[in-house]
Design a protein around this ligand. Structure first.
Ligand code: ASP
Length: 434
């Protein structure tokens, strides 16, 4: 019975049981038992996620960039696509930041609790403060200097140096694109293989997720002694994420379509609704790709030439929902932990969330690992992940819908500007009805 349940149901059950176990532990005075014997399993789960972060980001970025090998042939389409992808991602992150800084869901958390958290996670927070002081003393360009590693292996052994890994991965990918296909064929196949292995490892780690979430939540409740404030804060956090994602779906994409195409957004949404539904139920934009292609080509009328380039690249590098959520999650955690974020930090979040979403694989929970990059580069304690993991799945479902919608929007715009859009609204209504 347990085996047949979908993973997200298991995670939800793990979360519910974790809440109950945590409350019971508080009620029966078993807090030490929970901290000694249950919480470590949550820490192991977090360690596994951290373990896979560096290889994942390196390999998926190299793979994503090197898949643009026909960029010279399709240079115009390629540049347009990437530009639109980056613009929409930056817009998504900016809206996320705007919402989270205004709603301040993490600040519903009482001041004395924050002080308590700061004491508990003091080392991580003081590291962050040291970093901030260091930045103030250095040249304004220090953040750029810090992005360029002088030793790849040194960067790879330090989870706080993810940006350096990203930098090297981009350099590596670009070199692969420039080089002749036959020279890099072996390396490409190698990275394809490693990518499959890493995705499999994530699958395996996620099998442990229900238990990890159980332990994390139980530990968290004990730490917070059944504190209702945390749950209020989490509720506000979820509302903020949903608001950001709905803004993308109902305001930003329709605006994009309006500016660049004559297509009515109701037609657009009718055409791609099967892909959106699948994205919602699978939480995987990669798994949804075949249906997205079908909808975009057959119902929207985007040519195969455009769709077969723009959509696969989008699945790899364009994740607007993910980037919006990462920005909100990072600032929320910072607010709960009382970590001050200045304008540099917010800009760094725009950059890292954009890059991290590029490196996020289109699989369920793909961005959780990547969120570590955003958190560590801005100096936010990654223990904060424990706060949001429990309610991640429903948010993942919605952000995957945004990811897929973003890809479909960009492919429609690129097709229109290239004269490769053969859009016939009557066909849509007939096909959607059938
Ligand atoms: N599940 C998302 C996708 O497949 C990625 C994520 O945000 O976790 O697009």
């Amino acid at each position: 019975m347990w085996k047949r349940l979908p993973l997200y149901v298991k995670i939800l059950i793990g979360m519910a049981l974790g809440i109950i176990a945590g409350m019971l532990a508080v009620y029966f005075g078993l807090t030490k038992f929970t901290t000694d014997w249950i919480k470590p399993w949550g820490v192991i789960f977090l360690n596994l996620l951290k373990l896979i972060a560096v290889p994942l980001i390196f390999v998926s970025l190299v793979k994503g960039i090197s898949s643009l090998s026909n960029i010279s042939k399709l240079s115009r389409i390629g540049i347009k696509t990437i530009l639109l992808y980056v613009i929409s991602t930056v817009i998504a992150v900016s809206f996320g930041l705007l919402l989270v800084n205004n709603f301040e869901p993490g600040n519903t958390f009482p001041e004395h609790k924050k002080t308590e958290l700061q004491e508990r996670f003091g080392s991580a927070i003081s590291l962050k403060k040291d970093q901030a002081d260091y930045i103030k003393e250095e040249s304004p360009l220090q953040f750029l200097v810090d992005v360029v590693p002088d030793n790849f292996f040194k960067a790879a052994t330090d989870n706080t140096k993810m940006l350096q890994i990203i930098f090297f991965a981009i350099l590596f990918g670009i070199a692969m694109v420039i080089l002749e296909e036959k020279k890099v064929k072996v390396v490409k196949d190698f990275f394809d293989g490693i990518d499959s292995i890493i995705l499999k490892i994530i699958d395996i780690i996620m099998l442990f997720a229900p238990y990890g979430v159980f332990a994390l939540i139980a530990g968290l409740i004990v730490d917070f002694s059944g504190d209702a404030d945390l749950f209020t804060a989490l509720g506000w956090y979820a509302i903020t994420v949903v608001a950001g994602l709905l803004i993308m779906i109902f305001i930003i994409y329709p605006l994009f379509l309006r500016i660049f195409t004559p297509i009515k957004y109701t037609d657009f949404y009718k055409s791609i609704s099967p892909a959106q539904l699948l994205a919602f139920s699978t939480s995987s934009s990669a798994a949804t790709l075949p249906v997205t292609m079908e909808c975009v080509e057959n119902k929207m009328g985007v040519s195969n030439e455009v769709a077969s380039f723009v959509l696969p690249v989008g699945v790899t590098i364009n994740m607007d929902g993910t980037s919006c959520y990462q920005a909100i999650a990072a600032v929320f955690i910072a607010q709960v932990f009382g970590v001050p974020l200045d304008i540099y930090d917010q800009l760094l979040i725009v950059v890292t969330a954009t890059l991290a979403s590029i490196g996020t694989p289109g699989v369920p929970g793909g961005s959780i690992v990547m969120l570590i990059i955003v958190l560590t580069s801005v100096g936010i304690p990654i223990e904060g992940l424990a706060l949001i993991l429990g309610i991640d799945r429903p948010l993942d479902m919605l952000r995957t819908v945004v990811n897929v919608t973003g890809d479909a929007t960009v492919s429609t715009i690129v097709a229109k500007t290239e004269g490769k859009l053969n859009h016939n609204p009557q066909v849509i209504s007939k096909k959607v009805r059938s």
